[in-house]
Design a protein around this ligand. Structure first.
Ligand code: SF4
Length: 271
């Protein structure tokens, strides 16, 4: 039981832990893993292949909020993205339902598109709650400035949406961050990384569970205060994450929805 947790929360955590001990991998997940393994080309079934053994893949929302208010030099968005309207929230929930069928229970889903936090708070919470309700693990991918503009947003997503994972993209290719319109190098962005880490720490101590991802400059071995290296990062990943919590280092797992360039990772806390 975590320090400060209420008895009902403690009972829920205990029941959940016992359930995990009884059945670490549910039958449905096992069947999904088997299907994924069988669908792999034989030449890809090498000894360290995780797909079909530990993972069923991961997914992402498409069209949830195509617009972005940054103008990064290496943006992947199309030229018309800022003219596109977000899909109706029901269509996003349908995407999640389909992803749940494909990924099985506890499938990792990135809630993303352009800048997802430009969606209204109610819609974001509805998306997060639905993902949780159907047994997915949602991770919000954002440039993070929405949390700086409105300090109540992240706590509300954690409290009302059950958000446990957030990936904040910070690097020097970005254009539009308040106070960091243009920076000389990656190190110049460390204060904003500290700022996000502080938000996560604060929210973790207040609500007992959130998670984070942060990017740090290549070759920079320092960590913002209180951040620890992701236990799952490799020597190539050059990544650190705010894993410190009032109760110590939380169980950490890689969400599998990182940037693909090995420079970001996600730690998950517990609730
Ligand atoms: S924050 Fe992301 S989506 Fe927005 S402009 Fe930058 S790279 Fe593109």
């Amino acid at each position: 039981m975590r320090p400060g947790s209420r008895p009902s929360e403690a009972l829920k955590s205990l029941t959940s832990a016992l359930g995990l001990l009884r059945e670490p991998v549910p039958a449905e997940k096992k069947a999904t893993l088997k299907r994924r393994w069988e669908a792999l080309e034989p030449k890809l079934r090498y000894p360290t292949q995780g797909l079909g053994r530990q993972a069923t893949g991961c997914g992402a929302t498409v069209g949830a909020q195509p617009r972005c208010d940054f103008d990064c030099t290496s943006c992947y968005l199309g030229e018309d993205a800022n003219l596109a309207r977000p899909l109706h929230v029901d269509d996003i929930l349908l995407q999640l339902d389909r992803l749940r069928q494909h990924l099985g229970p506890k499938g990792n889903v990135q809630i993303t598109d352009g800048e997802i936090t430009l969606l209204s708070r109610d819609k974001l919470i509805a998306i997060l709650c639905h993902a949780r309700k159907i047994g997915l693990i949602p991770m919000l991918m954002t440039h993070g400035d929405g949390f700086r503009r409105d300090a109540s947003l992240l706590p509300a997503l954690v409290r009302d949406g059950g958000l446990m994972e957030v990936a904040v993209h910070v690097d020097s290719t970005q254009r539009g961050r308040r106070g960091y319109k243009k920076v000389a190098d990656e190190v110049a962005l460390n204060p904003v990384r500290e700022e996000f880490a502080g938000m996560i720490r604060e929210d973790t101590s207040r609500q007992g569970g959130c998670s984070c991802s942060c990017k740090k400059p290549v070759g920079d071995r320092s960590s913002p205060r209180g951040l620890k290296t992701c236990p799952r990062s490799t020597s190539r990943s050059r990544t650190s994450c705010p894993a410190s919590t009032p109760w110590g280092t939380p169980p950490a797992t890689h969400c599998g929805t990182g940037s693909g360039d090995g420079s970001s990772c996600v730690l998950t806390g517990t609730r």
